[in-house]
Design a protein around this ligand. Structure first.
Ligand code: F6R
Length: 598
């Protein structure tokens, strides 16, 4: 996580770097800072909170510096305070570093530095980097050549992941390096920028993406890159027509609200792009036919889309499917081999754990399919084939429309695989057009009384059977992340195996009922909860004859499509709860949109 930025050019760097950091804030917003060179001195300004706070701090004393690095932090090591904000500087104050990633062996490195008499002041893993460079430069002049050599000695000492941008007192250039963390270079008419993501670059920039294990030098009119043997590396220019940033909130109260509203078009655009481009036909048929096991790995919301995909593949294609948290799967005995068909779902295409699983799958010779929302992402580039969702940029940290687009790809992919395997399926892509219409309905008014009843709760349950349990998991995640109410998703049938002990007349349970054949069983479960005094909020597409505290009727078109609309209702419930509590829905505490560390 964390966003890093840098600029060197003809113009004052301050606004350029601040603008870039603002666009990278989705990567973290715990603290922010810049470092710059001016009058042969290296200066830093650091604040807690987001880039707006940094802007305010810099406005008091605007700098004409034309070389600057910047950082927006999601705290991994050390609490949120200015001491732990980046840039982190060397003890002699001549080297400043901004870092995205994690240095896993930082405690060991700290110890070595300490034994050499170097005093570290922050709690971060990053602070070892400027100090190690300083150590390697001991007794040497701070020239470009010496710093490059020093950096090249330090990088192999760092275990973990990093994208670095480094300023050295008195040297008119930026030093950069990457390993398992993204970094792009953007050349413009006025200078050269570096950023963690293309969205941070100006629209007209010529964009170059750094490969892993690269280091480089950036000057005001160009850059030079090397591998870790200091042999020159040529970067390919990326064909980026539009950096994809959509910064206009268009009259909505938040990006989350706007993006929920865009769900029908996210679904339609995804379906259209996949179908018109015949995108599914490029998946090698023999990879599908010869697959012994299907594996689906992802994190968070993307994992829930993966669970729906796994459910559909099992139901319609009779395929044995392992669906797992990427963060768990990568450390298990995974049974991957060349007969495995692996699917990696990720909105950003940059999630570290999902990437970790992808690497394992590639090493085992498995076929790797990606489902991502970002063409230029690492996952998109690493997989054997990538299916793109066309949700458009998602700004809000909570994923909403991207989930709907992922569900759409899951249904289309299942339909395609069933065709390849000669299986029957009872829906077609045309049904998805009707689902898009169903998704147009808003539930805010119907949900308001529910919000009034539950807004002050500490804890809440969401329950469902079968595919509704997956929707419950996604709904619980949304409610937790934006409204800060603890919300537990459970399969309804599991209640009486323990958790029912907690139920009494202060308990609220949201129950999902969208599968006709399960109606009677769900009703029995509701009665069991009501017998213990629990309040029931029922979200259903079925005609039911039972009295509950609140009932929201939904139209799914067909039972199997229930994850689309039922999830939308839960997204809107989460949004309303957060708004009622005056929370910043787009930037929930402790989170970041792109999780590029383990
Ligand atoms: C929740 C949310 C996260 C992401 C997860 C994976 O609303 O957005 O759970 O889904 O961090 O991110 P991607 O899809 O970018 O791999």
């Amino acid at each position: 996580m964390c966003g890093i930025a840098g600029y060197i050019g003809k113009k004052p760097a301050q606004n350029i770097v601040l603008d870039c950091l603002k666009k990278l804030e989705y990567r973290g917003y715990d603290s922010a800072g810049v470092g710059y060179l001016l009058n042969k001195g290296l200066y830093t300004v650091k604040v807690t909170g987001g880039v707006d706070n940094l802007k305010q701090a810099l406005q008091k004393n605007a700098t004409p510096a034309s070389v600057m690095i910047g950082h927006t932090r999601w705290a991994t090591h050390g609490k949120v305070c200015t001491k732990n904000a980046h840039p982190q500087i060397s003890e002699n104050k001549k080297i400043a570093v901004v870092h995205n990633g994690i240095i896993e062996n930082f405690l060991q490195l700290k110890q070595t530095l300490y034994l050499d008499g170097i005093n570290l002041v922050s709690d971060t893993d990053t602070e070892v980097i400027p100090n190690l460079i300083m150590q390697k430069l001991k007794g040497k002049a701070y020239t470009i050549k010496n710093v490059l050599n020093a950096l090249n000695k330090v990088l192999p000492m760092l275990k973990g992941s990093f994208a670095l941008c480094i300023l050295i007192d008195n040297l008119n250039c930026l030093f950069i390096a990457t390993k398992f963390s993204p970094l792009v270079i953007g050349k413009t008419n006025t200078g050269v920028m570096v950023a963690s993501d293309i969205v941070g670059l100006p629209q007209k920039a010529q964009v170059y993406k750094l490969k892993d294990n690269t280091l480089g030098l950036v000057f005001k009119d160009g850059f030079k890159c090397y591998n870790f043997n200091l042999e020159p590396v040529i970067l390919q220019k990326l064909d980026v027509k539009n950096n994809g940033l959509d910064t206009d909130i268009n009259g909505f109260s938040s990006f989350m609200e706007k993006e929920i509203n865009q769900s029908p078009s996210a679904l339609l655009n995804t379906a259209q792009n996949i179908l018109y481009n015949n995108a599914l036909s490029y998946i090698p048929k023999n990879a599908i036919e010869s697959a012994k096991t299907f594996f689906i790995c992802a994190c968070g919301t993307a994992l829930h889309a993966g669970r729906v995909l796994g459910y559909l593949l099992q139901k319609y294609c009779g395929i044995f499917c392992v669906v797992d948290y990427a963060s768990e799967f990568r450390y298990k005995n995974n049974f991957l081999d060349k007969h495995s068909f692996c699917i990696f779902i990720s909105q950003s295409g940059e999630t570290a754990d999902t990437l970790g699983c992808l690497e394992l799958a590639k090493q085992s010779g498995a076929f790797c399919l990606g489902i991502t929302n970002v063409y230029t992402s690492r996952i998109s580039n690493m997989v054997d084939y990538c299916l793109f969702t066309s949700a458009g940029t998602e700004n809000s940290v909570a994923s909403t429309k991207a989930y709907i687009a992922q569900l759409c790809s899951a249904f289309l992919l299942t339909e395609w695989i069933s065709k390849v395997l000669g299986k029957n399926i009872d829906y077609s892509y045309k049904d998805l057009l009707d689902v898009a219409l169903c998704l147009k309905e808003d539930y805010y008014l119907k949900l308001q009384p529910v919000v009034n009843a539950i807004k002050d709760l500490q804890s809440l349950y969401i329950l469902g059977r079968d595919i509704d349990y997956i929707t419950a998991q996604e709904g619980a995640l949304k409610i937790k992340e934006v409204s800060y109410i603890h919300c537990e998703a459970m399969p309804l049938g599991e209640l009486k195996h323990g958790s029912l002990a907690l139920f009494n007349n202060t308990t609220y349970a949201i129950v999902l009922l969208t599968q006709k054949e399960l109606t009677q069983k769900v009703i029995s479960n509701i009665i069991e909860m009501q017998s213990r005094g629990a309040h029931i909020i029922l979200i259903t597409s079925q005609k039911v004859d039972i009295v509950v505290d609140f009932c929201i009727y939904i139209n799914n078109k067909k039972d199997v499509f229930s994850p689309f609309v039922a999830t939308k209702v839960l997204q809107q419930l989460a949004l309303l709860l957060a708004k009622q509590k005056n929370l910043n829905v787009d930037k929930p505490r402790n989170l970041a949109k792109s999780v590029t560390v383990e």
